[in-house]
Design a protein around this ligand. Structure first.
Ligand SMILES: [Zn+2]
Length: 401
């Protein structure tokens, strides 16, 4: 027999805009209809959830997480010590945390050894709870390059092709490449390129032959420009970190991002958390500025990207140093502080993310979409912090919390 539920929240965020006085009808795994609450028949076979004082919105999408990382003070040391079996258990726990915080889809931007592919199977089979996963497996990096310990090192083009082929066989959704070094990996330089233009063009071409797009980790202005002009679809971090100037944007690079329809995932949460907790951020140290200066520059850069009309998506970098699996809220808030209206800031983690990453039937409260829903206590129009007041999470119509 069909399971039918109707939720009547005070406020509805559809993924695109706010409304009040609406009712959302679910049947099995799908949203069946969104209708004015006054039009509901008095008698029906629906289980009715009256949620006055609450906001209902689509389950969130975090487009940049690392399920096999611990999110504590030393994710690299943990990962280097742990077996794949242990990492799989860790990833399962992290996936459960995500979905319990209302994140019903997540894109993993680099695991170790393809552990997350096993996790995705387990989630699909109902063995363990978690979001729908968009996966890449180990990120491609050069010999002893950034995150080499995730087992994605490539030494030449043949090696690159072989790794991409393996990812495609595992049904990866995209290929992640570490275009610069990063703070997590001692001995790498966040401001130097790990691959040449020719190598990146080869990688993007090879990935496209397997039907996969490329996401690039890029901190320096040079790496951001290279990613934009070589066909990379999503640019991760895009820190614009420069050793002489700290952080800087460059009008010419912003124009390249516009011209190439680049999508930027700023991942500002690590800086937000570092400032809140009074810690020095590794990348800020590398460019010789304080975490607070780093964060205020990041806000300015994010504002410039918004003003240029570049598509931004919310990714928390959950799993990285001091970033937990509920931290997507911090990213949405920063998008708002940097100038996006509340609806659009929320869209970067709902409808826009689903649209740009081609995640079907999710990211919106609309008919024929999956009933991936988050119910929070409070009025989301007034305060994004109410995203933490979780009253219910549904994934494909099944109540998780
Ligand atoms: Zn990351």
């Amino acid at each position: 027999m069909a399971k039918k539920t109707v939720i009547i929240p005070k406020v509805l965020f559809t993924g695109e805009g706010f409304s009040t006085g609406m009712a959302v009808l679910m049947e099995n795994d799908l949203i069946e209809a969104v209708v004015p609450a006054g039009q509901l028949p008095a008698e029906s076979d629906y289980e009715c959830i009256e949620a006055s004082g609450h906001t209902l919105l689509p389950g969130l999408i975090d487009v940049h997480v690392h399920l096999t990382m611990c999110g504590c003070c030393s994710p690299r040391q943990h990962m280097m010590k742990e077996s794949d079996e242990l990492l799989l258990l860790r990833a399962a726990r992290n996936a459960q945390a995500l979905v319990e915080w209302g994140i019903t889809s997540a894109r993993d931007c680099g695991d170790r050894n393809g552990v997350t592919f096993h996790l995705r199977e387990a989630i699909k089979a109902g063995i363990t709870p978690g979001p729908d996963l968009v996966l890449t497996g180990p990120p491609l990096t050069n010999a002893r390059g950034h995150c080499y310990f995730m087992q994605g090192e490539v030494v030449d083009k043949e090696h690159m092709r072989a790794r991409i082929k393996t990812a495609a066989k595992r049904e990866a959704d995209f290929i992640k490449v570490m275009l610069t070094g990063g703070g997590l990996t001692p001995g790498t330089d966040s401001l130097s390129l790990q691959f040449s233009k020719e190598e990146l063009l080869f990688l993007v071409q090879c990935a496209s032959e397997f039907g996969l797009y490329v996401a690039a980790h890029a901190h320096s202005p040079e790496s951001i420009a290279l990613a934009a002009t070589c066909g990379v679809r999503t640019i991760e971090h895009a820190s614009f970190a420069d050793r002489q100037k700290g952080l800087m944007t460059d009008k010419a690079i912003i124009q390249q991002l516009v011209d190439n329809n680049s999508i930027v995932v700023p991942t500002n949460v690590p800086a937000v958390n570092a400032v809140r907790e009074g810690r020095q951020l590794g990348l800020a140290k590398e460019v010789g500025i304080s975490s607070a200066e780093f964060l205020s520059n990041r806000r300015l850069i994010t504002r410039q990207l918004i003003e240029a009309g570049i598509t931004l998506l919310s990714g928390s970098d959950a799993g990285a140093t001091h970033v937990s699996f509920k931290d997507i809220k911090g990213e949405i808030k920063l998008m708002q502080e940097a100038g996006l209206p509340t609806e659009m800031a929320l869209a970067t983690a709902t409808s826009l993310a689903a649209d740009k990453l081609q995640l079907e039937k999710t990211g919106k409260v609309a008919p024929r979409h999956l009933a991936n829903l988050l119910l929070v206590k409070g009025d989301l129009r007034q305060d994004l912090d109410v995203l933490e007041n979780i009253a219910g999470v549904w994934k494909a119509g099944k109540r998780i919390k």
